[in-house]
Design a protein. Sequence first.
Length: 157
Amino acid sequence: MIRSATPEDVPVIARLIRALAEYEKLSHQVILREEDLTRHLFGERPHAEVVLAEEAGAVVGFALFFHTYSTFLARPSLYLEDLFVLPEHRGGGHGKALLSHLARLAVERGCGRFEWSVLDWNAPSIAFYESFGAVPMKDWTVFRLTGEALTRLAGRT
């Protein structure tokens, strides 16, 4: 079963984010605080949404997503930031159910695109996404500013 997260789900969302970071070998980058998640997901101006996959009443996976905008299409896009299913629950259709749910939301919301990024080494996920017809955008490179570089560009050094 897929359902929208509520503020009461923040502790489980935080645990799943940490489990995803561990899987991606990026735990050292996780600095999240549950109060920030609560504010950013359920506050006055939510920045993202979360849906949860449940099995027998227990949360076994999640997807965190938000909207971007395509100027070429002049339509919103749905961007999947994180998709994660606990390893012991993989192969049970939860990942596909989460993706299908988000695809339906994208269509219902008039989105022209549904996009996400995947680590180059994550062959199982790449094969999973390609099995649904997703195509890698090989001509595009993701750029990121964080920390001091972000502050410097913002003119607040």
